[in-house]
Each structure stands twice: as C-alpha cells, then as structure tokens.
Design a protein around this ligand. Structure first.
Ligand code: BEZ
Ligand code: FE
Length: 306
C-alpha cells in the first residue's frame, strides 16, 4: 500500500480494506484472465483515486465526461478511441503487443478512420479517388525479416485530404483517399496517393475540451496509414510520416511518431514527367519510398474502427 500524505492511519486502513474487499469480490471469477485484469484494474483505480484524493465533484465531472464521450460516439465518430489515443494508452498497447523483431517495420496507432472493404486498386493505381491534394507516388517492397519478398501481401492504405479530413468525416457519403492493393510476385508495390498534410484529430467533443483545458494541441503530424497482412506474418498497422514536417518538431497529439517511420518525400516541379507516365494534370507531384518488413506471426489484432 502506498503511503498517502495527510491522512490518519485509521483512514488509510479503511480505504485499503475497501480495496481488498473489491479485489476479493472477483476471486470466484472462473475466467482466469478476466479475474487478473479486473483485480489489477481495481487496485490501480483505487490507487489513483487515493493518490489524487479525488473529490466528489471531480468524480461527477469524470462521469459526465465519459457520458458525453458515449453520447458523441457514433458509427463514424469514436470518442473513446480518441481518449485512448491522447492518453498514450493506444501507443502503449501497440508497443506491448508489437515487440521489436529484427528490422521489422515498427507499428503505430490504428486511429478511428479505417474502413473495411475499401476498393481494390491495381499496382500503380490511384487511391485518392478524387480527394484534394498533391499527387504522390508511394513505392516499396514487402519482405519478411528473413529478407524474402512477400508476394500478394494485402496493403490497406488510407489518409486525410489536403484539407485535413478523411472521407468519412464528410456528410455526403463519399469514398476517397482509401484503397487496398496487393504486392506483386516479387514483393514490390506502388500506388498513387496524396502528399500527406497535418490535421487535427476531431476536437469538438469532450476529448478536444480536455486537450484545450490542458494546453495541448489536437494536431497530428502529416502521415499516411498502412495495414499490411500476409499469411504467416504478424499484421502490421502503421503510418509513414514526412521528413521536414514542422508538426514533427511540435509534437503529435497521439504520440504515434517513430523515427524509423519518417520518410523522405521528394517533390517534382509541375510539368515534370512521372516515372510511370501517369497524367497528373501538369501539377506538382511527389514521391516517397517505404520498404515494409513483416515479422513471422499470426495476423489479425483487435481493431476498433469508427
Ligand atoms: C488518425 O491518424 O487517423 C487518428 C489517430 C488517432 C486519433 C485520431 C485520428
Ligand atoms: Fe490519420
């Protein structure tokens, strides 16, 4: 039991007795994992309450906060994912469940904007589907940690448009800036997307108010999401970030940046021919390389999309 300053030994004893009573109430739970998790949750929750000496007013405010998070959550808006993200809980869970294996690509947060069953595009195809932004060619390989190419790996990609919004944040039902493709027989892949832009996580709800009250920014560093799956390999959920993006120095609101995921994006002036002959309408375009390395393992983590 931690020492708590300013309370009598009798008070501390009463508080500890309650913790032990609640922990014991789970003792008959038949599911070992559930029992362990709930008993630890009880201990840590009470330790927190006792450490900060939470007032009844603060407890009511916390309940109101969670109630509001529930009310604002819909099929396309997941306030609890945001809360987990801004508290660093999402990244902690990602880190614990994706330990480093050789030179395997690092994982980062899933975020709330993945949509299952995004359309398939061919190698070299365009995942923007008309979303606004500078055309950007992304190319690389998918290999295992043993260096062998992984053919036909499924690569899901999704990103915000240049105004900082995902398609699902618009109310017109559009589908844009998301797709899936498969790596080629030699493990290579390429597709056209958009040069990533920084954007704020949704901050018009209780999580946004919490960030504002604590002087924190809702901004995320510019990024493009990937989820890569292949038989016999650990599923990779990650992003690539843009070297030189000012937001990298300022900070990422969900703690998702890892140095190994920051990539060089090279811009080409308007009118420069593209390597695959794609017509980008005479606009400026950019290009980045992302070589993906998957460790052996099982696919399929638990992902909440919203
Ligand atoms: C995202 O990158 O899409 C995201 C991640 C965490 C919270 C909100 C958005
Ligand atoms: Fe994102």
């Amino acid at each position: 039991m931690a020492d708590i300053a300013g309370i009598s030994a009798e008070q501390a004893h009463r508080e500890q007795a309650l913790v032990e009573e609640v922990v014991a109430s789970f003792e008959r739970c038949q599911d070992d994992r559930l029992r362990v998790v709930l008993q630890a949750l009880t201990r840590h929750l009470h330790a927190f309450l006792r450490e900060v000496r939470l007032t009844e007013e603060e407890w009511n405010a916390a309940i109101a906060f969670l109630t509001e998070a529930g009310h604002i959550t819909t099929d396309t808006r997941q306030e609890f994912v945001l809360l987990s993200d801004v508290l660093g809980a999402s990244m902690q869970v990602v880190g614990m469940n994706n330990p480093e294996v050789g030179d395997a690509t690092e994982a980062t947060v899933f975020g709330p904007f993945f949509v299952a069953d995004a359309p398939e595009i061919p190698l070299g195809g365009d995942m923007s589907f008309g979303a606004a932004g500078e055309p950007c060619l992304i190319e690389g390989t998918v290999t295992g940690t043993d260096g062998r190419p992984i053919p036909h790996a499924r690569i899901e990609v999704w990103e915000a448009d240049e105004d900082g919004f995902y398609d699902v944040q618009y109310t017109d039902g559009r589908l844009a800036a998301r797709a899936h493709l498969f790596s080629d027989a030699d493990g290579s892949y390429r597709f056209w997307g958009l040069f990533p832009t920084p954007y704020p996580i949704p901050h018009d709800g209780p999580v946004g108010r919490m960030l504002q009250a604590t002087g924190r920014s809702p901004m995320r560093a510019s990024h493009l999401h990937f989820m890569v799956t292949a038989p016999g390999c650990r599923t990779l959920v990650t992003h690539i970030f843009v070297r030189g993006d000012e937001q990298l120095a300022i900070g990422d609101s969900v703690f998702g940046v890892k140095e190994s995921l920051i990539k060089e994006f090279v811009h080409s002036a308007a009118g420069t021919p593209t390597p695959d002959g794609r017509d980008v309408g005479g606009r400026e375009w950019s290009r980045a390389r992302f070589d993906i390395v998957l460790p052996p393992g099982e696919g399929g983590g638990l992902h909440v999309s919203g």
